[in-house]
Design a protein. Sequence first.
Lengths: 813, 344
Amino acid sequence: MKVSYQWLNEYISLEGLPAEELAEKMTRGGIEIDGVEQLNKGVSGVVVGYVKSKERHPDADKLNVCKVDVGTGEELQIVCGAKNVDAGQLVPVAVIGAVLPGDFKIKRAKLRGVESQGMICSAKELGLNDKLLPKEQQEGILVLPTGTAIGAPIGEVLGLDDEVLELDLTPNRSDCLSMLGAAYEVAALTGRDVKLPNNSVLHAAIKTEDYVSVDVQATGQCHHYSARYIKGVKIGESPLWLKNRLMAAGIRPINNVVDVTNYVMLEYGQPLHAFDADKIPGGKIVVRPAREGETLVTLDEQERRLEPHMLVIADGNAPIALAGVMGGASTEVTGDTVNLILESAYFDGGVVRKTSRQLGLRSESSIRFEKEVDHAAVVPALNRAASLIAELANGLVAEGVVESFTREPKPAAIHVSLDRINDYLGTSLSSLEVRTILARLQFPYEMDTNDVFTITVPTRRGEITRDVDIIEEVARLHGYDNIPTTLIHGDAIPGALTKPQAIRRELRKRLADSGLYEVVSYSFTSPARTALFPVLTGDAKHVKLSMPMSEDRSVLRTTLIAQLLETAIYNRNRRNETSALFEIGSVFHTREETLTKLPQEKHRFAALLTGNRKEKAWNEAPAAYDFFDAKGIVETLLSVLGLSSKVSYAAANPEHFHPGRTAAVTLETADGPVVIGYVGQLHPAKQVEWDLADTYLVELELAPIYELADDHLVYKPLPRFPAIERDIAVVVDSAVPAAGLTAVAREKAGELLESVSVFDVYTGERLGEGKKSVAMSLLYRHAERTLTDEEVTSLHAEVVQQLEQSFGAELRK
Amino acid sequence: MKERLEELRGEALRELQEVESQGALNDLRVKYLGKKGALTEILRGMGSLSAEERPVIGGVANDVRAAIEAVIEEKQVAFQEAETNRRLAAETLDVSLPGRALPTGAIHPLNKVAQEIEDVFVGLGYSIAEGPEVESDYYNFEALNLPKNHPARDMQDSFYVTEDILMRTHTSPVQVRTMQAKKGEAPIKVICPGKVYRRDDDDATHSFQFNQIEGLVVGKGIRMSDLKGTLLQFVQQMFGSQAQIRLRPSFFPFTEPSAEVDVTCVQCGGHGCRMCKGTGWLEILGCGMVHPRVLEMGGYDPEEVTGFAFGMGVERIALLKYGIDDIRHFYSNDLRFLGQFARM
């Protein structure tokens, strides 16, 4: 909403309150002022001139030499290039010494040999927003209406000595979509009085009811409809003061009748509509839902297909306007219109909103109806418009208003005590302070002996319905700055992270400290990307957005590694071949084609390694990431979470992973072993397709980890007795997993085996085809005493024997 | 015998004078002083000496031994010194060459900032509540006093999945879920961090996906002044003890009264600069007293308890904190960007 400072000054005195100061005051009071625009963009010395004569320039086809009277008694000769300049016009003249926007100074000049003592100006040259002017006024010089005083400063004539406040209104303050609303707000802030416009109607000796009938059939959607009949109007241009105000508010002047309806809408916030009465048979107005298949050509000459949820104004049979949104072309007020039916109504906000959204048709009218108008302004606005039309278009206003109420406005009565206000805000306001604020708001109230207020809220502030709404009014007018700063009283409760939150932080910290970079990727992705790793989605489907911004971001991610790959490719394209990335976040799975319940959101952890673990340096050769870097991440993290003994790895061959370099990660849970994810190399075919170096991927489900992680660290006493270490190398078939060997060793040796680790794996001709040698180091220790060499030797021999039995292992000598 | 000893001394000292290697020195030690060495050899003849001569010759022999040992020791030290010098010369490094770095990665700046904010509130006794990113219309809007067709829904353009399911547009639904889960029990003190989604054309300051952290406090006698105090504590911990706040009346459907909160400009300290457009203030969060309708829908009696809520954008705070010029950097995950956060 654009509010002209000078116009506002008519409803409330702004004396001693310059626009900038007013803007700051309003902003701090809750009506944010986005900016204060000076209408005068730097015009001075421009006056109204009368073009007495126009002659063709002797040496230039496109120039005219005009004799202009600017009221000084001296006739000015001005060369003008505008096509539309003509003798008899009143025009803005920048005389010698005048300044135009952009600090453009007017000097004595010669144009093609002819002296020019000034310049006749166009709207644009005066810095006006010429988009709101008729086309011919945009192209040439600005022609002023007859009767404009010669010699008058143009700033006065065009209302340029004004500033416009741009109100950025929150949805609850639609009351300020009007000059009067803004005036009430300023009154609340300053304690000054509001002056209401004159809306007394001098009516003619005819009666509205003889010309107009109103039948509201859609009682739920139209709460109040009122109409007046105005006879014998003379359609023409509006006076400049009216046009200036409309333009300052950003509204295009059309003709005197339409301009008045818009003017009054700006004044009261109540949209009005004028129909050409002679186009409505019998003056019969019906307010009803649109019928299936009906159409209406609106004022913008678009044919609109209507639906039954839309509300229309109809004559006896067809729609003539879309209620609250836009009028129809068939009953438009044109130059030939003589008689009017003037409408002022209260249409339901929801209905108007839905219609306007569906048709993509937002108007000054629909914006106001959507947020609910003021019941109490419907008839006053109608009368105000009627009186202005009588004045400006010489209409004869018929006596009486034809109206239909389907819902009586009932001002809300709200009870709130002084204690409640102070308890809520933490203030210690006195009863007098609260009463002062209510008085400034012009909210009538009563107060009982216990300082309980009963407040009758005017309908113009329809959003105020509860005690807290009143408390807010008190708070903002008292000033948020004046509310004290306190601390919550009562027992302090300790804050803490939940186990999953603590685990995620631990993972982040460990990974970042180990050289990986955390990524936050978009949750929206393409269907193709969700299909990349079916093993990570199982039989779940992806979730589709109903109106995506693009195909690329049309569904929710089902895996994290697909997103990490996108990041790796992005960085590769920026000459970063090496990426060590991880992400912790949700993926979204559903089993439904069309969601009837929320999808499953699964927290996951993923990592990607590609390129070099070690970059080349003066003292080191480069080393590429390999499978065991990725696996090492999983092992380390699970070990940090106390899960080492519960996890196992088995060769796996899921789609788009390297078939020989991928493992399923299995966690032993209360319900048995569960595969919680995969670690492996990206399939070489995909790697080549995306032009990446060897790439290793990890994706793990976090829920089972959250559940099983051991976050309770307990100290174990240091060993008091020495350990005995024995190394062993066995030759087995290549297919035998090393983990199988160590597991058997652990099982056989039992408690005495403290640890077993593989320290060498060797394949070579000497061993024969399909064979490998695995060397392990076994550490034996007894917690209570020193082991004897004999004990260890015999136990170790049993281990060797078991390896021979289980795997056909041969001891390597 | 005495002559032979003197002769030996002369010979040994002469030979030692010329010795040039540790090996040769060892050989000479054996040759003269060893068990089978020349000195021992001579001393074997002591038995044939008279009792008077024996101590005299013994004394001479000791002198000779001491003289030879002294020279050997002297040579020994010289050789060791030379050896050490040789080694030091050989081992000299170009210390200007770079060392082996410890691995350094980084937590994403959004999570870094979020964790920092979380830590402040956990320190103030808040717990962290989480909820789904795909939400029902009920939790995202209706239970927050935003019925269908409410004009305030225009404030947030949403990504719908179905008519009743959408990507949450704020983390406020977690507040409702928290209240419902608490079943009327007070107090509640939580913050709700997480990703949210709004239909927005991406540009330097807008992203369709972003992160919010909201806070909710519900209890007996919670006042708006407590909200101000809490926010002041927060900004002072986050931006330094000189930071001040300013509340401006605003509107959110789920709070009443509502306010936008400005913090002293982090760049100019409130004097006015380009970052704060000369005002000295930066808008960082929205807040208010929990609307009684929201309390009711959460299962609380607004006559019994009151509450406050606040919400901020993590991106906004991170942009301000690090002076980042484009919000899109957070989601492109360019390593040249992420790499800058590998430090304190």
